[in-house]
Design a protein around this ligand. Structure first.
Ligand code: S3P
Length: 170
């Protein structure tokens, strides 16, 4: 069994922030699937969606998952919100879901200091109504795949990373 932590959850729930804090505190490498895809293609996620479409982006996520399965261990992997659809997710490590209500996520994104850029780089968040629909569609699937569910709404980053760490030891 691989010893990776696979951080999943909806866009804007705070996977990147959590992953960076975790890596710093517990001294491990942290890789982000969107970053891997951008570095492999030399294109921004937004551009890939615009020029090649979502289906192509999903195939890149699958390639990424295959590479993680064959080559990555003892690391934290923060995943794009749709990465859970890859067919080998459970083989990549312990799946940890960061969970929050859609309203909380929307507020977090839209009131962030750099809200404009946070929303702009996420093509599937361009229309809040559509994003909400996507959230409802995915909610159950995320929970079904998760080995550990952490509600982040009333939790600090410090508390969240502690909970992740504890859940791996037990
Ligand atoms: C997506 C989430 C994004 C990114 C892409 C598609 C999704 O990542 O992979 O825009 O389908 O939910 P974040 O969850 O980091 O925003």
């Amino acid at each position: 069994m691989k010893k990776n932590i696979i951080l999943i959850g909806f866009m804007g729930v705070g996977k990147g922030t959590t992953a960076r804090a975790y890596a710093e505190k517990y001294k491990c490498f942290n890789i982000d699937t969107d970053d891997l895809i951008e570095s492999k293609t030399n294109q921004k996620v937004k551009t890939i969606f615009e020029e090649k479409g979502e289906k192509y982006f999903r195939s890149l996520e699958q390639e990424c998952a295959d590479w993680i399965e064959s080559s990555v261990n003892n690391s934290l992997i923060s995943c794009g919100g749709g990465f859970y659809k890859v067919d080998n997710l459970k083989k990549l490590g312990t799946v940890v879901l960061l969970d929050a209500s859609y309203e909380w996520i929307y507020k977090r994104l839209s009131t962030a200091e750099n809200a404009k850029s946070k929303l702009k780089k996420r093509p599937l968040f361009s229309e809040p109504e559509k994003a909400k629909k996507l959230y409802v569609e995915r909610e159950k699937a995320y929970k079904k795949l998760a080995d550990v569910v952490i509600n982040v709404e009333k939790n600090s980053i410090k508390g969240i990373i502690k909970e992740i760490h504890k859940s791996l030891i037990v």
